[in-house]
Design a protein around this ligand. Structure first.
Ligand SMILES: [Zn+2]
Length: 98
């Protein structure tokens, strides 16, 4: 397949798009560094148990821990209840095989 020749505007547009992607990844990384154990466990619980589309179904991907919606808060409450019973590492190890 022959790659279409790109002009200067196309290249600048692609650079902007890639820079936006890098910024989003940097924001995501910074956010993950500062998460509480409850938020980390809630994220893990969501990954393991949610069967919805995370954009239209449960809205997880539309939100963040900086501005959590009812879905994130529901998982956070479950995670915090689990953390009363046992520690993060143990709970995660138990749930890993679900
Ligand atoms: Zn989901």
């Amino acid at each position: 397949m022959i790659k279409p020749e790109r002009d200067k505007d196309d290249i600048q547009e692609e650079i902007k798009s890639l820079e936006k992607g890098i910024k989003e990844l940097q924001d995501e990384l910074e956010q993950k560094k500062g998460l509480t154990q409850g938020q980390k466990l809630a994220t893990f619980l969501h990954q393991k148990t949610c069967r919805w589309n995370h954009v239209d179904g449960c809205s997880w991907d539309y939100t963040s821990w900086n501005n959590p919606d009812s879905t994130r808060l529901k998982y956070l409450r479950k995670a915090e209840q689990m953390l009363i019973e046992d520690d993060f590492v143990t709970i995660k190890r138990i749930l890993k095989n679900i």
